[in-house]
Design a binder for this molecule. Structure first.
Ligand code: NCD
Length: 378
């Protein structure tokens, strides 16, 4: 594994390895006092061994380039990197040479020349991390590109959901022994699917893990999803993706419902915000049609009172904060897989395909001739 650009570029064995490693890291974090790595107790060679085990990425430099706002994603990458002993460097695109007209390619070449080993990157242009991966000789991690992909969010959502369903149903920790696989589970994603990179990456992991996935929202926001469902039916024949604008069909019998952020400025031309709330808001009452014990998820940031009620967002079914907390161990596992040095490197076939421009049809493609990426909006 050389980069993490999207989840469909990982083999399923790599995905399971990341989730398994995240389960171990989660226990380590829970055991460490106040979130700090435990101090080595032994002396002499054992101390060095223990220190190396606690700081496996000591001496590694991780750059965080976020060209879009972020709270949980950026911070959890930073905490994850530091927890593993790496040094972190925040590159603020608004104060970097990108605003002087430097290309993204030149910026990432510069960052590599300065000795960064990994670049965690969020960008408003779909495909930007693939461009960066061509010019950066370390590891590139996509922390969200345009409307296209958000692989670590999908991994942490899968991790959180497996654990929560296993806990709900009294099963062993699904992530550690595989018993939490989502075969037979029904999951609904409701909201602004058109603009959601979270939904696109989640569709791959949830369907690949065996869930029946229902995606639901107003028709205009389902554009491109029938095509994606047809593509997944070929690539993941045992999975199922249902596209519907009928909320009760999406929620009926669901084990988990994930709401997506609905932005006021995106309502034009279709439904009004009030109509959206009336037809699609996820509420405790509406979840009565779901499976008893149905769980609620949201990648955040949440607009309470729009895509979900306050009561549900903060209530006992809600996994919202659990999702945030899972971000640290899952991103630790990703950084370890990329920088730990225990695996052969090399671009996967998926990376080559994406670099050739085979991103989902609904995703805008990066114009590599753009000189000033920071000033270009979608
Ligand atoms: C999302 C994102 O930025 O893609 N949030 C996140 O990373 N947890 C979702 C959103 O912005 O609506």
């Amino acid at each position: 594994m050389k980069h993490l650009l999207d989840v469909d570029e990982l083999s399923w064995a790599e995905t399971e390895r990341i989730l398994g490693r995240a389960a171990i890291q989660r226990r380590t974090l829970a055991a460490a006092p106040a979130g700090q790595p435990a101090e080595p107790v032994a002396v002499g060679p054992a101390t060095a061994w223990a220190a190396a085990a606690m700081a496996p990425l000591a001496g590694r430099r991780v750059g965080l380039l976020f060209a879009e706002p972020s709270t949980r994603t950026r911070l959890s990458f930073e905490i994850a990197a530091r927890q593993l002993g790496a040094e972190t460097f925040v590159i603020d695109p608004g104060h970097s040479s990108l605003v002087k007209g430097e290309t993204l390619a030149d910026t990432v070449r510069t960052l590599a020349a300065l000795g960064l080993h990994a670049l965690v990157m969020r960008h408003h242009r779909a495909g930007a991390p693939w461009v960066a991966a061509r010019y950066f000789n370390g590891a590139v991690v996509n922390a969200g590109d345009g409307w296209h992909a958000h692989p670590t969010q999908a991994l942490l959502d899968l991790f959180t959901l497996r654990r929560a369903l296993a806990a709900r149903d009294g099963l062993a920790d699904g992530t550690a022994d595989g018993s939490g696989r989502l075969a037979g589970r029904k999951v609904a994603i409701v909201g602004d699917l058109l603009h959601s990179r979270v939904a696109r990456s989640n569709a791959w992991t949830l369907v690949a893990d065996g869930a029946e996935l229902r995606v639901c929202g107003p028709r205009p926001w389902l554009r491109g999803w029938d095509e994606l469902a047809a593509e997944l039916a070929v690539k993941l024949p045992s999975g199922r993706l249902i596209v519907t604008d009928d909320l009760s069909a999406a929620i009926g019998g669901a084990d988990a419902v994930m709401a997506l952020r609905v932005q006021k400025e995106r309502m034009r031309g279709g439904l009004s915000l009030a109509e959206y709330v009336a037809r699609y808001q996820v509420t405790d009452e509406r979840l009565s049609a779901a499976r008893p014990g149905c769980l609620f998820m949201h990648p955040g940031p949440v607009n309470e009172g729009i895509e979900v009620t306050h009561a549900l967002a903060v209530g006992p079914r809600s996994l919202v904060l659990e999702q945030v907390a899972s971000g640290v161990p899952v991103r630790m596992a990703v950084l370890e897989a990329l920088l730990g040095g225990d695996e052969p490197t090399g671009r996967s076939i998926g990376t080559e395909r994406a670099a050739e421009g085979l991103a989902p049809a609904s995703a805008p493609v990066v114009d590599q001739s753009t000189r000033d990426l920071s000033s270009v909006s979608r």
